[in-house]
Design a protein around this ligand. Structure first.
Ligand SMILES: Cc1ncc(COP(=O)(O)O)c(C=O)c1O
Length: 284
């Protein structure tokens, strides 16, 4: 059973996949990435993920090394090659960096062949029942282009590690008391029956799961209000959940020492988590 990755045109054992120390992704975090969930062997919302990849690449002035159909073929081959290693529920990690330059210099010497990595890991979401999680509220110390899915994740990793060290599951972030998102998730809240989430902007990553949840809310007659949310409103909410491709919907039952709502998983959270599972199983 070999864990196989795609690296620059070749399918190789993960243990043998090597990149140059002069890769701009390694030296400058000069690149972007995607994480695509795979259920029963099928990549989920893959076109939406590829569109976001194309958008991230455009924003950092890199052209996509592959067309949509070529990406689909690579992703499918990585999934198939890893079925006996990770099973048929996988998480596909895809990364594109600006490539290998002749020296470590900030200025790029010219267009370089991009470095492309696609790898798989086991995905476990959706298999277990919903579990209430705890979050900590931290100041958003990231840059001002959080809509780009950049591999520069130092701030995100520092924040989530601070959260974990203090016994929390996720860091929920704010800029001057206005909610942005989680360190690796988007945030929704329910207040007096209304579902709220911050709008897409340069301050948050437009999550594929976030978009789907908004669609599912609307389909079940729940309007989602996308507007700025003050952290006071977040702490006073009846329900809070975070979402991402690998987490799906995770209920938040406490933020720091503040219990959210009743301290139990709320009815709307359960309803939307069930709607998400139903949507997935219809496609499988
Ligand atoms: C900062 C951030 N926001 C939101 C998300 C959720 O995005 P998606 O639903 O596309 O996984 C992620 C996912 O990793 C993330 O890193």
């Amino acid at each position: 059973m070999t864990d196989t990755v795609f690296l620059n045109g070749d399918y190789v054992a993960k243990a043998n996949a090597k990149i140059s120390v002069l890769d701009r992704g390694f030296l400058f975090a000069d690149g972007v990435y995607e994480v695509i969930p795979v259920y029963r062997g099928k990549p989920f919302r893959v076109k939406e993920h590829l569109n976001r990849l194309f958008d991230s690449l455009r924003q950092i002035n890199l052209s996509s090394p592959y067309s949509e159909s070529q990406w689909l073929e690579i992703i499918t081959r990585v999934i198939v090659k890893n079925l006996n290693v990770h099973g048929d529920n996988q998480s596909i990690y895809l990364q594109v960096t600006r490539g290998i330059d002749s020296d470590r210099q900030h200025t790029v010497s010219g267009p370089l062949p991009a470095t492309v990595l696609v790898m798989a890991s086991k995905l476990t979401t959706g298999e277990s029942t919903l579990k209430g999680e705890k979050a900590t509220l931290l100041e958003d110390i990231r840059w001002l282009h959080c809509d780009i899915k950049s591999i520069a994740l130092l701030a995100n990793t520092l924040l989530v590690n601070q959260a974990k060290a203090n016994g929390f599951d996720e860091a929920i972030l704010h800029r001057q008391q206005w909610l942005t998102e989680g360190a690796s998730s988007n945030v929704f809240l329910v207040n007096n029956g209304q579902v709220l989430t911050p709008p897409k902007s340069q301050y948050i990553l437009g999550g594929i799961t976030r978009d789907l949840i908004i669609e599912l809310c609307q389909a079940s007659g729940l309007e989602v209000c996308q507007r700025r949310v003050h952290i006071k409103e977040l702490l006073d909410a009846d329900e809070v959940w975070i979402c991402s491709s690998t987490r799906e919907i995770s209920p938040i039952i406490a933020i720091d020492d503040k219990i959210i709502g009743s301290g139990r998983i709320g009815a709307t959270t359960r309803r939307m988590a069930a709607a998400l599972q139903a949507f997935k199983s219809e496609l499988l």
